[in-house]
Every structure is written in structure tokens, then in C-alpha cells.
Design a protein around this ligand. Sequence first.
Ligand code: AMP
Ligand code: MG
Length: 487
Amino acid sequence: MKALDELTFDNRFARLGDAFSTHVLPEPLDEPRLVVASKAAMALLDLDPAVAETSVFAELFGGHKLWAEAEPRAMVYSGHQFGGYTPQLGDGRGLLLGEVYNQAGEHWDLHLKGAGMTPYSRMGDGRAVLRSSIREFLASEALHALGIPSSRALCVIGSSTPVWREKQERGAMVLRLAQSHIRFGHFEYFYYTKKPEQQAELAEHVLNLHYPECREQPEPYLAMFREIVERNAEMIAKWQAYGFCHGVMNTDNMSILGITFDFGPFAFLDDFDAHFICNHSDHEGRYSFSNQVPIGQWNLSALAQALTPFISVDALKEALGLYLPFYQAHYLDLMRRRLGLTTAEDDDQKLVESVLKLMQNSGVDYTLFFRRLGDESAELAVKRLRDDFVDLAGFDAWAERYKARVARDGDYTQEQRRERMHAVNPLYILRNYLAQNAIAAAEAGDYSEVRRLHEVLSKPFEEQAGMEQYAQRPPDWGKHLEISCSS
Ligand code: AMP
Ligand code: MG
């Protein structure tokens, strides 16, 4: 266990120099205070969890203090936003403080979001509000606990600094951890600004640090791109299987590591709805729940375009062709397990599709349906779930097919079935209304609800005594919350 001043830095990205990022110091928040910290994320840095309660912790992550070895940098990138190319973006309000390596030899970027203006702030104020910082913190840690690759969050620091959005709010900072903050948009930036040398340097950097096994392949860059395709397909398969809607899948928000990145107006589905749009400024539904799958491929094509100086177009196309089969395989595997199946049959895809369609038409809670399906034998579970459906004949037909399929799957006890299903079907997810309750309390100065919710969501598959209220469908007020996109 380390104290705060014992972190070891090795700032590999900063060493790439001024073509890649700009030195900027964090702009401190007034009266910084700890809102919430993640012990699990602190463990990634070997940090003693007790240090979160010290004033130095709030000063470091509230922008007042800095380690001597930190080299805060704002990174430059660009990206496709809602389908159109924006030539220059970059860290407009976040800073890469440095890279810390832990005892296991892993490097973690410390990225402070809401740290003030940078050369890339454009019209923005460089700040993040408490509400959006709490949402990012809760989402990153909750996704990780669900087994969905994500950037992590070490803490949220609140303050008395006024920040103007639709109304006056308070500034906050979230300390994000990831093994890299390089986005698809980094490659696009050097491609479209015609800087082949820097682009090659970036590609070498990513290959050496994050995909070293691809070095062994006859075409290392192609192998790396394939790996990026596969990781993204797997990540999006998990989003779809668990009902996560990202909301702003612009290429500047897509990580080169295939982790969920840059949280904005995201949402988990309550009722199953394939057409759900969580981002209210997304009028055409480009990033609707079901569109996340083709958009994942679209984004990878945008990255492929930027990699044409290194890889032949034919090879890139072939690698892109892996996306859908990979996605399908991961998605179906996970959905089978959510249904409690241990074997594969050709018709399983249809079994999944038809229950989703029934859920869609009846507004059935996506998370609770699967959890309850595992509570009892297939026979008893479908009897109890039947009441949630409007199309009873449709549901009965599905239930017959499901029971027959379960019977063919194997011979196991209900104990085994429950254990296996509950291990993949969460009881607790980050429902928007739960986040909203925690935010309202935090905005009034009470951080206990954020902390409790974070605790509950860190063990989403485990039933926790006294926490029934976190496993409920939303009340009426919480069903279709408009989440502000200004963050
Ligand atoms: P996002 O939609 O949060 O992914 O942000 C898109 C771009 O806008 C990124 O370059 C951000 O750094 C920048 N940005 C977002 N909000 C602000 C802000 N309040 N101040 C400065 N830049 C911002
Ligand atoms: Mg972004």
C-alpha cells in the first residue's frame, strides 16, 4: 500500500512532445472536498484507501497540488461528430496529469476532467459540473463491475466554484484512469492534417505500449487494427447484452483500447426499447440503442481511413469484415448465458430476438426480467413472468420454446441454474433515476447517497441485504428523465 507521495510516474505520452499535447497546469477549484472515491480504483495505483479522506487528496485532485513528477498535458485530437468531421478537438477541459505504474507493472493514465481551460477549449469554460462528474464516476465503476470494459474513476472532488450551464451549478473534477487516453480521433487528427511522421510515431507508440504481441505478426499494424476491431465488437456486444446506451459515439469518444470512454448523456435501459435514444440532442437517433452496433463499425471505418498510410485498403476492409461476426458471436454467447443456456443451438438467436420483441411491445424491465428468470426453474419462472406481458399468446408460445430448449440443454439442479444465471444477470444497474437521486442529495451537500449507490453497484450480481430499493423499476417521475447534455 502506498501513500499519495509514493506514486511512481513514467510519462510516456508527454515524451512524444509538443506535436501531441500542450503543457497546461490545472486551474484549482475553490474549497475542494471529497465527494466519493473508489477503493477498487485506488487499488490499481496501490493506494491505501485511507488516503482518500486526507485533505491532500482533495487538493491533488481538485487542482491545487501536483506531484513533482507529474507533467500535465492537454492532448490534441479531432474526430467525426454525428457523422461530420471536426478538424480540431482535444482535451478542452481535461488534463493528462501523468502515467503512474503500479507494483504489477501496469501503467495507468491519471486524467483530471474539469481542470480548466486549455488551447482546445474552443467556446467552453474548461469546467465540469458536479452532476456530470458523479454520473461519469458511477458509470465507469458500474460498467467495470458488470464486466464491461471501461475507463475507471478514482474519485470526484466537489467545490464551491460556480459554473454556468442552463443554471448556475458547482464545478467538480473527476479523476479518470485508463491504460491509454488515445482515441480514434488521435489518428484522424494526424491523418487529416497530413503529418505522416507524427502519425507514424503515434502508431508506433500504440503498438509498442498497448499491442506489443502484434509485433510478432507479419504485418504488425494490420494485426493491431484487427485487435482493435475485435475489442470494439466485444465491448459493444456487452453494451447491447446489458442495455447500455452510450449516447455520443463520436470517433473522438472511442478508445483505441476498446473500452467504454467519455460518458455524457448515457443511460441503461429500464424497459427494453431497441429504439431508445438517451441523447436528447440526437434528433435523428444516430446513436440510438440498436444503432450502436452499425455505428461501432462506422467508427472503425473512420479509423481505418486514417490508417491507410500504413495498411492496404483491401486488408483494412477484410479486417472490418470481422466486426459483425465477432459482435454476433460475443452477443449471442452472453445472451445464451443470460437465458441460462450452456450449449449452442442454431435457433438460439431467434429465441433471443423473439423475447426481446415481446419485451419491447410490453415495456418489460430488461434487467429484472433476466434476474427473475433465474430465480426459479424455467417452468415456474415463465409462469410468474407471464403477467408482465400484454401479448399473452405470444409470450406463451415463447415460453414453450424456452422450456423445451432448457430441457434439451442439460440436467442440472435449480441451485446450479440460479447460481449460474445470477452470475451474469445483475440485480442492480445504474438506472437514471437512481443517479438522479444521488445527484440531488450531493448538490444539497449530502454525499452519502452517491457513496451508497457506488457501493451497491460495485457488486451488481450479489443480492445485498437492505438494498431492495436499488433493484426496483423506476417510479413514474424517473421513467423518462431528460438528462442535460451540457456537462
Ligand atoms: P464531449 O462531448 O464531452 O466528448 O466533448 C467534445 C469536445 O468538447 C472535447 O474536445 C471536450 O474537451 C470539449 N468540451 C466539452 N465540454 C467542454 C467545456 N466545458 N469546456 C471546454 N471544452 C469542453
Ligand atoms: Mg469527448
